[in-house]
Ligand binder design. Structure first.
Ligand SMILES: NC(=O)c1ccc[n+]([C@@H]2O[C@H](COP(=O)([O-])OP(=O)(O)OC[C@H]3O[C@@H](n4cnc5c(N)ncnc54)[C@H](O)[C@@H]3O)[C@@H](O)[C@H]2O)c1
Length: 376
């Protein structure tokens, strides 16, 4: 299989610099990159359980040709495993095999693996080399970029975390073809999010090319995919620690995380992107009430999300919850949102499609009303 590079971005965050390389069949080229970066030959590869067979064998062969001492840790996917227990297992492997700061951790998988392995790499010996190889759409355009790494703790999503940048982010498009419909659509939610916060043209492209996108046609996919990455980079570049502009990337996450947490951190009911989809509808509902713009923006949200088969409401019966209890739980959990300042929640709200604002004066009544609209 010949490898092909489509695009490279050089990223300067804080004082660090690395490349995001987008291509096809490029995962096996990692060994050359590590050789250029470090003399240390110890490598820990944390892989998602979907990843096996020919590609994994070729990667291991390439690494062994260059005499790397490789350990592979296979991780059972699912956000219920993004926790301290799993982190400890990785620390044990690193410590008992004398990994050093300039040894390398390679995270090959979705956002769960990238976040967990990234968190461990950021804390082991106060930071070792990390290479991100995101394999879900969510991880490719979102979680592997911008340096946020974290694990869940008790019932709080991403409660313990860090900002830590990889030495390389290798995005191999070959992984997209094996993604389930659910994971593919879930990743598209984050691209739709990017369009709503700042790019009307991207929103229009998504609206008119839904069939091609859902068929995973490479040209259109690459176009919307790269645009989403550029939007992410643009929001993170001068605000890594999320004081201002980067906050906007959390559009849909305030209500979405609360729904995700309330329906189950341990038993996954919604994929992250599905939670964001529901959260965006709730935020559009709030915007309608706050900016007196009626239902126009809300309808546009519902229309595009439905086109992409993403959830716009929570069907309590279907997911086995009692509606009133779930409502109460969501209202309780939203108060723990990480973006809050003091007791004030900060919402990202759309003023129109392609433009949003950060807003701290949403009343408790309006928040409850929006959950009432979302949860059926
Ligand atoms: N750090 C950040 O900035 C950030 C941003 C967004 C989301 N996140 C985190 O990311 C996580 C969600 O990530 P996700 O949606 O990728 O979920 P995930 O990592 O759980 O992956 C979803 C499923 O896809 C499978 N999979 C992965 N790659 C595959 C492939 N190429 N083919 C077939 N199956 C594949 C996995 O085995 C898993 O079953 C959440 O924990 C969320 O908090 C972090």
């Amino acid at each position: 299989m010949s490898s092909e590079i489509h695009k490279k971005y050089t990223v300067n965050f804080d004082k660090s610099k690395h490349e995001i390389i987008i291509g096809r069949n490029i995962v096996t080229t990692i060994s050359n990159f590590i050789t250029e970066e470090t003399n240390d030959k110890r490598v820990l590869i944390v892989i998602d359980d979907f990843f096996s067979g020919e590609v994994l064998n070729s990667l291991l062969q390439e690494l062994s040709k260059l005499e790397f001492a490789v350990r592979v840790y296979r991780f059972t996917a699912g956000k219920q495993h993004k926790n301290l227990n799993e982190a400890v297992k990785l620390y044990e492997i690193l410590e008992s095999n004398d990994f050093a700061r300039d040894s390398t951790m390679i995270a090959i998988g979705g956002g769960v693996i990238g976040d967990l392995a990234g968190f461990v790499a950021s804390t082991y010996l106060r930071g070792m080399n990390l290479i991100q190889v995101p394999t879900t759409l969510t991880a490719m355009i979102d979680s592997s970029i911008g340096g946020k790494v974290a694990i869940n703790f008790r019932k709080t999503v991403n409660a313990i975390g860090n900002y830590y940048h990889p030495i390389l982010n290798l995005i191999d498009l070959q992984f997209i073809s094996s993604l389930s419909e659910l994971d593919f659509r879930s990743g598209l939610a984050e691209i739709i999010k990017c369009s709503i916060i700042c790019d009307r043209a991207l929103f229009d492209t998504l609206n008119t090319n839904d069939v091609e996108v859902l068929n995973r046609e490479e040209d259109i996919l690459l176009k919307i995919f790269c645009r989403a990455i550029e939007i992410k980079l643009d929001h993170v570049r001068n605000d890594v620690k999320e004081q201002n502009r980067r906050l906007k990337l959390n559009y849909g996450h305030t209500l979405g995380h609360s729904v995700e947490t309330s329906t189950g951190v341990f038993e996954e009911v919604y994929r992250h992107g599905e939670g964001v989809s529901i959260g965006m509808v709730g935020a559009a509902y709030i915007a309608g009430g706050l900016f007196n713009c009626g239902d126009r923006i809300l309808h546009k949200h519902e229309e595009i999300l439905k086109k992409y088969g993403l959830p716009i409401k929570v069907d309590s019966d279907k997911i086995g919850f009692e509606r009133t209890k779930l409502l109460k739980e969501c209202i309780r959990n939203i108060k723990k949102d990480k973006k809050r300042k003091g007791n004030k929640l900060r919402f990202i709200l759309p003023v129109e499609i392609g433009k949003c604002e950060i807003c701290s004066d949403v009343t408790d009544e309006l928040i409850s009303e929006s959950f009432g609209y979302l949860i059926q």
